[in-house]
Design a protein around this ligand. Structure first.
Ligand SMILES: Nc1ncnc2c1ncn2[C@@H]1O[C@H](COP(=O)(O)OP(=O)(O)OP(=O)(O)O)[C@@H](O)[C@H]1O
Ligand SMILES: [Mg+2]
Length: 254
């Protein structure tokens, strides 16, 4: 069955403060990468945690038409702030992460499969290094590998590019799009880099104050009007000489 994701009337509160209000998102398709965009504090991480089953919420989250259960191992989630590193090697940490797979069975991943994933991410040289001795960007790349080795139907990544250099930012987005298609999973990525959303994503969801303001193709969602309404900037979206859309910011609204 297709892993299409539907969100119905999702609401999240912290105490008395409602942060996500009756949010509906229909048909995030299997094989597609959706960018979750919006200003600081708009509710992106809260929404992702709710989808991962880590945040109490009201409403429904349906994956392939049935209520999603994170316990079935269908979801892999990379938090915005990485948890404290344990004293395991990168390789060992991936073997542990690979125990829980989408099938819900404790399947052991072979050494070769783990090594191949590290190679795909371009970090095979880190295999025997300890997690607590890596740089911020290296840890973020390992976090992405740990999410991918779980073979989820729904992959949730909260600002996975924030510590990466230009080369890895492009490489990771390119890889995520390919893997998402190949594995027919639904991938939702929180991004502040609108240019990455324009270039690498199939869909863009724009949140403001916990409400979904736009949902469509990135080039339809990211325009002068939404830059102004959502981010409060005076900006333009222009195509470069290679025909790729880019956001340019000219200033802020007074
Ligand atoms: N544990 C918490 N308790 C109370 N309020 C919280 C908690 N976590 C987040 N909030 C509040 O909920 C709102 C949404 O926060 P959230 O972290 O989801 O935003 P975000 O869109 O991910 O922002 P950023 O781009 O800065 O990461 C903010 O106003 C924030 O202050
Ligand atoms: Mg956040």
């Amino acid at each position: 069955m297709s892993a299409q994701l539907d969100i119905r009337q999702l609401a999240v509160s912290y105490g008395k403060r409602q942060v996500i209000r009756a949010l509906d998102v229909s048909a995030l398709h299997a094989g597609e990468v959706a960018a979750l965009l919006g200003p600081n504090g708009s509710g992106k991480s809260t929404l992702l945690r709710a989808l991962a089953g880590l945040q109490p919420c009201r409403g429904e989250v349906l994956l392939g038409g049935r209520p999603m259960s994170p316990r079935r191992g269908e979801v892999a989630y990379l938090p915005q702030t990485l948890p404290p590193a344990v004293h395991l090697t990168v390789f060992e940490s991936l073997m542990v992460a690979g125990q829980a797979t989408a099938s819900g069975l404790a399947r052991r991943h072979g050494d070769e499969q783990v090594f191949r994933l590290l190679q795909t991410l371009g970090i095979e040289q880190l295999a025997l290094r300890h997690l607590d001795q890596l740089s911020g960007g290296q840890r973020q790349l390992v976090g992405i590998a740990q999410a991918l080795i779980r073979e989820p139907s729904l992959l949730l990544l909260d600002e996975p590019l924030s510590a990466l250099d230009l080369n890895y930012q492009f490489h990771v987005m390119d890889l995520l799009r390919r893997e998402t298609r190949q594995r027919q999973m639904v991938t939702v990525i929180v991004l502040h880099d609108l240019n990455a959303a324009l270039r690498h994503c199939d869909r863009a969801l724009m949140l403001k104050d916990g409400e979904l303001l736009a949902n469509g193709r990135p080039a339809e969602v990211i325009d002068d009007a939404s830059l102004s309404a959502v981010y409060g900037v005076r900006g333009r979206v222009e195509r470069c000489s290679q025909g790729v859309a880019h956001v340019l910011v000219d200033g802020l609204h007074a």
